[in-house]
Design a protein around this ligand. Structure first.
Ligand SMILES: [Zn+2]
Ligand SMILES: [Zn+2]
Length: 376
């Protein structure tokens, strides 16, 4: 694993300006992405100004840089746009109304200057029926940091107070940096509805796809025994899954069959063939949770679902309420930081995107304080 040569708060040399990773226009590629100096943002009344400790990168950032179908289809960015949506940061300043939000359910009462925080990237209206029904990820007015509006790859940035929660002292900066994708995994487990099983019954659980999301789902499953299912090309990732505690790891080739053995199967590969594998691995009466976003539609035999009484549910990111438990979930998952394969500086963003494109990285952190890097 790489190590950053410097890290810490107080990285700004020019008062009133920040450093940010900015994509200047919608054209694909890295040519229009640069490190820019911008005026420091001012928090609105219900916002918080924070200082970035680490940003995390994922394939959504690659899609945003490349402006591929996934990015163009789902988001409506305006440019220039500050990139990034995964963060751990430190509170600098609370907006004027934030203290009044504390205690009435709108913001975490632990928010105060100096506090480390993590949070979701969904800026939601909190008024529409979906927000009010506890499905803020489906907000009719949803805007996502780094995808629709300015994101978090900035030495300082502003985020709504309702989006962030304090990080327990026992959690390292590195573990906390994985909070956003870990919340995606925690929500996928919520969607599996483990409460459906009678007390004393230990459900058999499989995860399809040992990529970063699949490994995070494995970690979010906590004490449940997990079988990780990948392909023969996933040998390294399956080994990592085993190191992280998977009970069994299966490499399934195109001609291999998989046993219908699992009460819960979480599909995290994002490839259409993985959905078929997940349904095939699901036992009668079981539940398949679809987290992955295959690029093409996936045919499903609904007669098979009916005969076998299989539930298929989708899982998109997280609700704001998911974040209420993320502090304790992070504290219980110190192994998350083993997913970090690289720590790089903002200047290395192009190299980071290439590492992700070429599937040479698991989780890359960007350290805004790193001036030089020692990548592996
Ligand atoms: Zn992400
Ligand atoms: Zn809404």
């Amino acid at each position: 694993m790489s190590t950053a040569t410097q890290h810490g708060a107080g990285t700004e040399s020019s008062v009133g300006t920040i450093t940010a990773l900015v994509k200047s226009d919608p054209s694909p590629g890295l040519g229009n992405v640069s490190v820019a100096r911008l005026p420091e943002p001012t928090p609105g009344p219900r916002d918080v100004l924070v200082e970035l400790i680490y940003a995390g990168l994922c394939h959504t950032d690659v899609a945003m840089v490349d402006r591929d179908a996934a990015a163009r289809g789902g988001y409506r960015p305006s440019f220039p746009l500050t990139l990034g949506h995964e963060f751990v940061a430190r509170v600098v300043e609370l907006g004027s109304a934030v203290p009044d939000m504390i205690g009435n359910g709108d913001a975490d009462p632990g928010l105060q200057p100096g506090q480390r925080v993590v949070g979701g990237s969904h800026v939601t209206c909190r008024r529409c029926s979906r927000c009010l029904s506890g499905r803020s990820m489906l907000c009719e007015n949803l805007k996502v940091l780094g995808l629709d509006i300015d994101g978090i790859c900035a030495s300082r940035f502003v985020v709504p107070a309702v989006n962030i929660v304090p990080v327990p002292d026992s959690v390292t900066d590195e573990t906390a940096a994985l909070a956003e994708p870990f919340a995606v995994a925690v929500h996928a487990v919520e969607r599996a509805n483990f409460d459906q099983f009678p007390p004393g019954y230990l459900p058999r659980v499989a995860v399809v796809g040992p990529g970063t999301v699949g490994l995070l789902v494995q970690c979010a499953l906590g004490e449940y025994p997990v079988t990780m299912i990948g392909t023969p090309a996933d040998a390294d990732q399956l080994a990592l899954a085993r190191d992280l505690g998977a009970t069994a790891c299966l490499a399934i080739g195109p001609d291999d069959s998989v046993e219908q053995a699992f009460d819960v199967v979480i599909e995290a590969a994002g490839h259409h063939s993985a959905v078929a594998t997940a349904v095939a691995a699901c036992t009668d009466g079981g539940t398949v949770v679809c987290v992955g976003l295959p690029a093409q539609p996936t045919p499903v035999d609904t007669a098979d679902l009916a005969r076998r009484e299989i539930n298929i549910v989708g899982s998109r990111a997280y609700d704001l309420s998911t974040w209420k438990i993320m502090g304790e979930r992070l504290a219980a998952a110190p192994q998350l930081e083993r997913l970090i394969s690289h720590r790089l500086g903002f200047d290395d963003f192009g190299a980071a995107i290439e590492l992700l494109r070429n599937r040479q990285a698991v989780k890359i952190l960007l350290d805004p304080a790193a001036r030089t890097t020692d990548a592996s």
